[in-house]
Design a protein around this ligand. Sequence first.
Ligand code: XIL
Length: 382
Amino acid sequence: MKIRFTLTRVASVVLMAGVLAISVTGKSAFGQQPALKNAYKNDFLIGVAINQRQFTGQDTNGAALVKAQFNSISPENVLKWEAVHPRPGADGYNFDPADRYVEFGEKNGMAIIGHTLVWHSQTPRWVFQGDGTNALDRDTLLQRMRDHIHTVVGRYKGRIKGWDVVNEALYDNGTLRQSQWLKIIGEDYIAKAFEYAHEADPDAELHYNDYSLETEAKRNGAIALIKKLQGQGIHVTGIGSQDHVKMDWPTTEQVDATLTALGKLGVKVMITELDVDVLSARGQNRSADVAEVQRQTTPNIYTNGLPDSVQQALAQRYADLFGVFLKHRDVVSRVTFWGVTDGDSWLNRGRQNHPLLFDRKWQPKPAFDALIEAARKAGGGR
Ligand code: XIL
């Protein structure tokens, strides 16, 4: 009798604890999902680009997901020139959001990435403007670049682990993009950017970052660029392949060939901006150039959620990609997703895209399960 009573009490306490656990963790019970960062802990860091609502905690569900699932963060926008240094001069900086971003990463013990120092996009006009009617000269632009890099990298010295120093300097044919940086400074603007970043934080990892490296001509251009920098004794420690991919482009063979080739450079290789655009097909929208993407009109066909067949195909696409990343785990040091949930993704732009592992209600999609399963299958010996 006594025993039965005790058992009943034990059972009800266990039940209560269960109910409590669910209500404490919230509707989505984030704590109860397996974590990507643990599943891949012997392989590479699992990162995510985060926005201001997430790192300030305003988006509570988003912040909880980031903490539960990822061990590295990238700033989706707050460290870009236009955000951190909108106006000229020493008082033209706006560090508040970036400071909060870095604090969030530190509080949660994450590998914090800086993105990005020198880019043709999201850079204010004044950076390239001369006095009055005079065109800007090389030395003045170099000085502006040096001040910016020293101030921003210096502020987070020892706290930001790695920087995307130069972003998207190449065209798809592998030649140097005719950006204002190139036109005003000349080809050595890239080496200079790396030199200044290295001066500002000698221990920081310094990356070159670009998209569509699976296109052979562009990949060869990137490899030639890194080799040239290495030949000049420039401190470049990593190459980032953005991997804003489609369902059918690039093929896993192309991703495999790219990682093999980049792996031979002797620097860390990172997948830095992974997402899978389910609304664009091969040949369309291959550029990550913001203006170009915006001009594209892709049919907005999945406004009521993703049909099950596409959901499964997306899961398979992610599993295939991670199969290749795992194959190259000796050189791949990090895989970062460009956004937390589908609702956060830059690929929406007036359409409803579904490129990530979590849906608009912060729930894991079949693609998430597929990646946990892929890690489990890869199993022992890792
Ligand atoms: C994107 C952001 O996600 C958007 O919020 C912003 O409006 C435009 O830039 N390549 C990069 C990233 O290196 O910085 C871009 O991020 C996506 C393409």
